[in-house]
Write a protein that binds this ligand. Sequence first.
Ligand code: NAP
Length: 275
Amino acid sequence: MNISGKTTITGIFGYPIGHTLSPAMQNAAFEATGLDYCYVPFLVHPDGLENAVKAIRSMNIRGINITVPHKEKVLQFLDEISEEATFIGAVNTIVNMDGKLIGFNTDGRGFMKSLDESGISVKDKDILIIGAGGAARAAGYYLCMEARSLTLYGRTQSKVEKLAGDLTKVRNIVSTVNDISDIEHFHIIINATPLGLKSDDPLPFDVNRLSPGQTVCDLIYKETRLLKEASIKRCNVINGLGMLLWQGALAFELWTGKMPPIEVMRSVLEKSTHY
Ligand code: NAP
């Protein structure tokens, strides 16, 4: 990579940041498209977030991804928030439009693109989301526009009810359940909890009730035990790698106005996660 005085800067704010795969993915994409851009990881302590956002303007940074723990707190420091990011209450991508900072959330659309490229349609499907955090909210926002029904389940009932209430305003097809023993009734089941990140985590539900043809998604981007077990049951399985890829691809498009080189980005992620 050739960095000169004319190179356009993009990057990511997070705390911690050492684990991020985005710099490798985005820099490979810039290189493959011949764009004079680079992507830099910034370790931004929560106490320094406001100043870091101001620096996007003062240092003429074109765009920034936002990751844990700043996705919600960053909204108050931006000039404009897109419709989906307003609903989700979280921003993962900032675009600097001549000093005006606009916040977007590409996670939900990224998830939808990952379903789409796997040939999974959500139209008229009965869908279950396990978890009621930011990722569930981002995916739920788009899912409830097309699904036949959307059911939410999580360990903190107040958060599940709050998310269901908000999603119902998008489309009135959302309900909550207190247990998920009837997993066989759903066409698509989505794990939007971190359960499965550690090898000794329990499974989020009883996989013995799965049947062939159901779709099981895990937003975690490594191959989890849930997905291995669901594969054995001959379910369609989708991991979180596609969501990670597409949220980054959509950010690339917002910053550059160009189509991202998807296969280059996918290949970098696959190598980094040893798929
Ligand atoms: P979050 O906002 O912290 O929400 C996590 C959700 O999982 C909450 O509902 C939480 O319940 C629940 N949860 C946490 N630990 C649990 C446990 N041990 N048992 C049962 N439920 C548990 O996190 P998030 O941002 O939504 O992320 C959720 C998952 O999606 C993470 O694994 C993350 O890595 C993944 N993700 C992937 C992508 C991607 O691009 N592939 C993007 C974003 C997120 P409480 O509210 O009760 O704590």
